[in-house]
Design a protein around this ligand. Structure first.
Ligand SMILES: [Zn+2]
Length: 288
C-alpha cells in the first residue's frame, strides 16, 4: 500500500487534492470510507484533540485499521490540530499515520521549536509518518458563524517565512493561511488569495500544502488552488452541519424510534453525500 507522503506528492503533481474529513462517530467514519470507496479515492480522516479524546486514540487507530483491511483502500489517520508535543506524541505512539502540530498561536521561533521536536520524534518512530506544520493564523472554529469572520493581513502566511520554517523544522507538509478561516461564515465567506498561494508554492515547491477551513469556500476558489501545490483540503463544518440537521429531522419525524442505528442512518447518509461532493470538487474521484 502507498503511504500518505507519496499520496500527497502524487496529488500535488497531478493537480488534485485529497479530502481530509474529521470524524467522532463510527457512523461518520463509515460514511467517509463508503464515499471514498464509491468514488475510488484515498481515504484521509482525522480527529482533533477533542474528537480523539472522545473516540480514543487507540480506538481510532483500530477502527481505521479494520476498514483498511476490509476494503483494501489506502486509509490514513491524522491527528488534526494537535497543540502540544505531548498530545502529538500520544497520537504517534498510538499508530496514527500523520500528525498536524499546530503552534500557530505561538511566536515564529516557538512554533519552529515545537514543530521540529514533533517532526524529529515522528521520524524516530516511523519514517512513513507525515508531519504537518502550520504558519499563519486561522480564525474561527468548525461551526456555522452568524457574524462575518475573515482573515486579516497579519494572519496570512509569508512565503519567505514558509521557506525558513520548512528548512528549520523538517515538516513534510505545511498548512497555510491565504484567506481561509475555520467554519462557515453566513455573512459571506472570504475569498482565497491565489496570488499568495502561488508565491508560497514557488518558495517551497517540493512541500505539499494543506488548506484548512475548506467548508463554505466557493467552488471556483477551491479549483483555482489545485494547480498550485494544494494537495490536501480539510472539511469538517459542512459534514457536522449536514449530519446534525439530518439527525434533528430524523428524530422529529419519528419520535417513537429509540434504536440509534435507525435514527442516525439518514445523518450518516447526509455526511456521505457531502464527502462525495467534495471529492469530486477536489478532483480526487477515480484516482485509485
Ligand atoms: Zn483545521
Amino acid at each position: 500500500m502507498t503511504n500518505l507522503k507519496d499520496s500527497l506528492k502524487k496529488a500535488a503533481q497531478e493537480d488534485y487534492a485529497l479530502g481530509h474529513f474529521n470524524f467522532s462517530t463510527l457512523g461518520i467514519l463509515r460514511a467517509v470510507v463508503l464515499a471514498c470507496k464509491n468514488l475510488k479515492s484515498v481515504v484521509f480522516v482525522g480527529t482533533s484533540e477533542g474528537e480523539a479524546k472522545y473516540v480514543g486514540y487507540k480506538q481510532a487507530v483500530a477502527l481505521v485499521r479494520a476498514f483498511r483491511e476490509e476494503t483494501g483502500l489506502p486509509i490514513f489517520l491524522n491527528a488534526d490540530h494537535h497543540k502540544t508535543f505531548e498530545t502529538a506524541k500520544i497520537a504517534i505512539d498510538a499508530g496514527y499515520d500523520s500528525v498536524q502540530i499546530d503552534e500557530t498561536a505561538l511566536s515564529f521561533e516557538e512554533n519552529i521549536k515545537v514543530s521540529r521536536r514533533v517532526a524529529e520524534y515522528a521520524k524516530s518512530v516511523n519514517h512513513e509518518i507525515s508531519v504537518e506544520g502550520g504558519l499563519g493564523y486561522i480564525r474561527g472554529s468548525s461551526e456555522i458563524h452568524k457574524e462575518k469572520i475573515e482573515a486579516r493581513p497579519e494572519d496570512m502566511t509569508s512565503p519567505e517565512e514558509a521557506k525558513d520554517f520548512v528548512a528549520k523544522t523538517g515538516v513534510d507538509r505545511l498548512a497555510i493561511v491565504f484567506g481561509n478561516i475555520h467554519g462557515v461564515s453566513l455573512a459571506g465567506n472570504p475569498r482565497l488569495d491565489i496570488e499568495r498561494l502561488k508565491q508560497i508554492h514557488a518558495a517551497i515547491h517540493e512541500i505539499p500544502l494543506t488548506l484548512h477551513g475548506g467548508s463554505g469556500i466557493i467552488d471556483g476558489d477551491i479549483k483555482a488552488c489545485l494547480p498550485h501545490g494544494m494537495s490536501n483540503i480539510h472539511v469538517n463544518t459542512e459534514i457536522r452541519a449536514a449530519y446534525t440537521n439530518a439527525l434533528r429531522a430524523s428524530l422529529a419525524a419519528d419520535q417513537e424510534q429509540t434504536t440509534p442505528y435507525q435514527y442516525t442512518s439518514s445523518a450518516d447518509k447526509a455526511a456521505q453525500k457531502i464527502v462525495e461532493g467534495k471529492l469530486k470538487l477536489f478532483g480526487a474521484a477515480n484516482i485509485l
